[in-house]
Design a protein around this ligand. Sequence first.
Ligand SMILES: [Mn+2]
Length: 428
Amino acid sequence: MQIVMTASQPFSFIHCADLHLDSPFEGLHALEPQIAATLRDATFKAFDQVIDLAIDTQVDFVIIAGDVYDGADRSLRAQLRFREALRRAVAAGIECFVAHGNHDPLSGWEASLKMPEGVHRFGGQQVEHLIVKRGSEPLAEIYGISYPVREVRYNLASQFQRQPGQSFHIGVLHCNVGGDPTHDNYAPCTLTDLIDSGMDYWALGHIHNPKVIRDREPCVIYPGNTQGRNVREAGPRGCYLVRVDENRRLQTKFVATDVVRWSTQEVNIADLRDIDELLEVLAEIVEETRKTADGRAAILRLALIGRGELHRQLRHLDPDRDLALPLREGELNRDDFVWVESVQNRTRPPVDIARKRQVQDFIGDFLRAAEALRQDQQPTARLHKLFAARSEHTLIARHLKQLAQNDWSVLLDDAETLGLDLLLGDQE
Ligand SMILES: [Mn+2]
């Protein structure tokens, strides 16, 4: 007897995650009300765009792999907007599959809102297994589990096991594959765990940068969040549109859904002659950012770096008042605004610091002390100790705790530059 593999029907779906609806966008101070309002609405609009895409491309289903809400005690506004978007999808005949993650575990507060029929939310007890059909024929089998509580420290991926069935098998999970240090190590697992499960596609969530971990057998994707929430989440954000053909070959495509794009740019001052030239370059970057944002709004952080004559002039300026403010002019009146969040001055004087460090004088002593700190095995601990001995410590201790490892090295560079500026005066 000959076993004939019947060709299956082609289908398509959207995979998104980390919507973080109603994210508060912390760390933005003194924002214009119009910008703040655009940001407040951005996570909702981004998810609306995911659903628009689902409807326009007539996909068969939508998968949301955790962190629908930003906080465990999700706002009612977020729940209503989420349900409204899902309702639009199911009204168009598109089923929705939702898993919850560490930001929105099942233990969090939730109003008793009824979800529309066609929306399936995975429970937190065990991996659920569902079959999506077109007519009577199965298109795909979907497996998923939600976080019962915020901190899931055990391996959930190893609980996924392919069931017999000819169709396409998809695992939905909020997890940290391979211990990515930039995100909390929740539901830790390895790529081998994912491969061993027998899935054809892993619809993951948790890591906010879009990332294709493996492109086939199984395809493993983090779509990233649908809308960046701060300057550390710069660049395009969106979802994956996945098409599966009759031979179960995959075609995946990233589609941007962000409403406001975050951007950071460094500007080297080495070759700039004067402030006029600097302003020109900054204005060009603003227009470049607008072009790249492709009709969206953008928030831009600029950092001036490098060594040059301009450093001395910059010392006399207030970067926010003198550089950022003029760049914001006229931006409030447009939908595709580019809002310069800040201009940070990290430039250094046009002197050969390495050479000065060799000289046996007071400036040399100062630079060697800074370098010794930089080379220290535990510079953070040393700096902490130095700060703790100072009278200002009671005032700033709280803020020091929040500093990351690389913030300390930036602080050290800034302090060295400031000290050098003061010691040299305008003499060189
Ligand atoms: Mn998240």
